[in-house]
Write a protein that binds this ligand. Structure first.
Ligand code: FAD
Length: 622
């Protein structure tokens, strides 16, 4: 049967990519349908109950600055918040929150259910309707046909999903969920390059059976940071403690003894796993001389006794898992509530995508999230928002929005994927961005909210909060610039004591704040009857003044490179006939089919000389 209504955008999958994609498209006014296996699992965290971390919170805040749901849901569901790298420079500071799974999921579902233009339907999608080279809709497993102008696929770990515990394996999308087999087969018939990746999760532990007495406690920061630009501490539920324990030599012996029944070490698993989230058997095997590994014990929520032992992800057989767990301090009598497991799944070569996340082969079809070779909720959410927004733009016959590497971590993420592809699950780090000082987590709103408003992603409430903050920054800058400190005055004495030398002449406070010894709080303190300023406003002002030189230099460099960013390379460019290019470079260019000269220059192995040759060839073509 054909469903009576037609949609602008259909999103397949209600994970982190799918929910942000659906919300973004609907916020932009497109008639949107979110189709997912199970409404109860909307926004479900498949693995660790935590959001953010280094590089990842940058993405979360960008999603938030563009009106997305992840950061606010974290503020409503977060049971422990911390700022990582707090003592380092602002570019690498990051916020991480431990979340209550149930509260987080509820916050996402509430947002989805209250979003105008968005319909949700629980059903597995088995097929895509493709006519010529254009997608026209989807078919569900009971034969329902939904028609649409665009489709965003965000099937996560579900395509051809295979779960491994020891040498036993079975099909599954994640523990307790059906896989997507029919859709995986259908996608393999289309011209996409498909490969396999794997990821894993630890067993869960019943807190009632843990002896916490000898374990190190770890509390969150006080006052707790917030994740969303619209968030505040009053939204946070009760805050709880985490603990730290360690594996030991006996744990490692148990693991080594079980390797002959490990799916990873017996070749049963073919897919490559996440480098930065290795399984405990991988850590013990690779770092054989380490006698202990840290295990962070994180509560799964406020109303459950389940614990997530972060650091012992494993796919060893159940009996080995149990022995391993019970060898760890505090877990001597632990009861496991769920076994750990690994999952293998299909992912698509991301070089087959445009920078809008539309596929190169099927017009109107977008891919986002884990299926593009990434790992992590934050990476998925960021891609979801971008794909959803671009699907809506395409349906509205507007130009795609593709953030550049100097504008957003979302731009870095997508450009890395579509330029270099990936052979292992890709996760974000601040080190992946060359313009780190510009792409801070504290200024994601300054970088993106205006663009979000223009696209239709940012609602009136967020826009008003943003405009008020901008005005406050400008006002405070002016106030500091027009407040003068005379040499010899009481204010000058106070400040001289901090910089350890007298002020020789008159200065305004903005100039004084450039000095390394003086922060915003120091200079603001000398203003008589000064008003109290929002800490976020003070932070923006302080960073922009202190790092002005570096920031300007990065902006100059970006300007120089922008020319190449605007030089388009035709999709049908025949690299094989360009004289002077090595066969290796021809092959790399043909595999990636870069959209711009700048993207071509970022492909590893493509030399500056090759870029010049490309430019000359382009000019000759006219
Ligand atoms: P998912 O969150 O997987 O969501 C996919 C959604 O699509 C689901 O709602 C599903 O029901 C739906 N769906 C799929 N197929 C269909 C269909 N045909 N029709 C309708 N609906 C469909 N990340 C880390 O960063 N670190 C880790 O250590 C880590 N470990 C993991 C361990 C396991 C066992 C798993 C399963 C995942 C792990 N992840 C880890 C990855 C993390 O869960 C994902 O990166 C993230 O959830 C990806 O979001 P997504 O939206 O792309 O997909």
């Amino acid at each position: 049967m054909d469903y009576p209504e037609r949609f602008d955008v259909i999103v397949i999958g209600g994970g982190h990519a799918g929910t942000e994609a659906a919300l973004a498209a609907a916020r932009m006014g497109s008639a949107t349908l979110l189709l997912t296996h199970n409404i109860e699992t909307l926004g479900q965290m498949s693995c660790n109950p935590a959001i953010g971390g280094i590089g990842k919170s940058h993405l979360v805040k960008e999603v938030d600055a563009l009106g997305g749901a992840m950061a606010l849901a974290t503020d409503k569901g977060g049971i422990q918040f911390r700022v990582l790298n707090a003592r380092k420079g602002p570019a690498v500071r990051a916020t991480r929150a431990q979340a209550d799974r149930v509260l987080y999921k509820a916050a996402i579902r509430e947002t989805l259910e209250n979003q105008p233009n968005l319909a949700i339907f629980q059903q597995a999608v088995d097929d895509l309707i493709v006519e010529g080279d254009t997608v026209k809709g989807v078919v569900t497993n009971i034969g329902l046909k939904f028609r649409s102008r665009t489709v965003v696929l965000t099937a996560g770990t579900f395509l051809g999903g295979k779960i491994h515990i020891g040498l036993d394996n079975h099909s599954g999308g994640r523990a307790g969920d059906q896989p997507s087999i029919a859709l995986a087969h259908r996608l393999r018939e289309l011209p996409f390059r498909v490969d396999r990746l794997k990821t894993g999760t630890p067993p869960r532990i019943d807190a009632k059976t843990v002896d916490f007495s000898g374990l190190e406690q770890q509390w969150g920061d006080s006052p707790a940071p917030v994740m969303s630009y619209l968030g505040n501490r009053d939204m946070h539920p009760e805050q709880v403690c985490c603990w730290i324990t360690h594996t030991n030599e006996r744990s490692h012996e148990i693991i080594r003894g079980g390797l002959d029944r490990s799916p990873m070490y017996t070749g049963v698993i073919e897919g490559i796993g996440p480098r930065y989230c290795p399984s405990i058997e991988d850590k013990v095997h690779r770092f054989a001389d380490k006698i202990s590994h840290q295990v962070f014990i994180e509560p799964e929520g406020l109303n459950t006794h389940e614990l997530y032992p972060n650091g012992i992800s494993t796919s060893l057989p159940f009996d080995v898992q149990l022995e391993l767990v019970r060898s760890i301090k505090g877990f001597e009598n632990a009861h496991m509530t769920r076994p750990g497991y690994a999952i293998e799944y299909d992912f698509f070569e991301p070089r087959d995508l445009k920078s809008s996340l539309e596929t190169k082969f099927i017009h109107g079809l977008f891919f986002a999230g884990q299926i593009n070779g990434t790992t992590g909720y934050e990476e998925a959410a960021a891609q979801g928002l971008l794909a959803g927004a671009n699907a809506a733009l395409l349906a509205q016959e507007r130009e795609a929005w593709c953030p550049r590497r100097d504008e957003a971590y979302i731009g870095v993420l997508v450009d890395d994927l579509i330029t270099m592809g990936t052979k292992e699950p890709y996760r974000m780090f601040t080190s992946r961005a060359e313009y780190r000082l510009l792409l801070r987590e504290d200024n994601a709103d300054q970088r993106l909210t205006e663009k979000g408003r223009e696209l239709g992603l940012v609602d009136d409430q967020r826009w008003q909060v943003f405009c008020e903050k901008q005005e406050a920054i400008t006002r405070e800058r002016q106030r500091l610039a027009s407040t003068w400190v005379q040499a010899g005055s009481a204010a000058a004495e106070t400040l001289s004591a901090k910089i350890d030398k007298p002020l020789s002449h008159e200065y305004n406070l903005l100039e004084l704040m450039k000095r390394p010894e003086l922060g915003y709080a120091d200079v603001a303190a000398v203003i008589e009857n000064g008003e109290t300023i929002d800490p976020a406003v003070a932070e923006q002002l302080e960073i922009s003044v202190k790092y002005a030189g570096y920031i300007e230099r990065q902006k100059d460099e970006i300007e120089r490179l922008r020319r190449h960013e605007n030089t388009a390379l035709p999709v049908d460019f025949d690299y094989s006939v360009i004289e002077g290019l090595s066969n290796e470079i021809k092959q790399k260019l043909s595999d990636t089919r870069p959209q711009t000269l700048a993207q071509a220059s970022r492909i590893p192995g493509v030399t500056p000389a090759a870029v010049s040759l490309l430019l000359i060839t382009l000019k000759k073509r006219g």
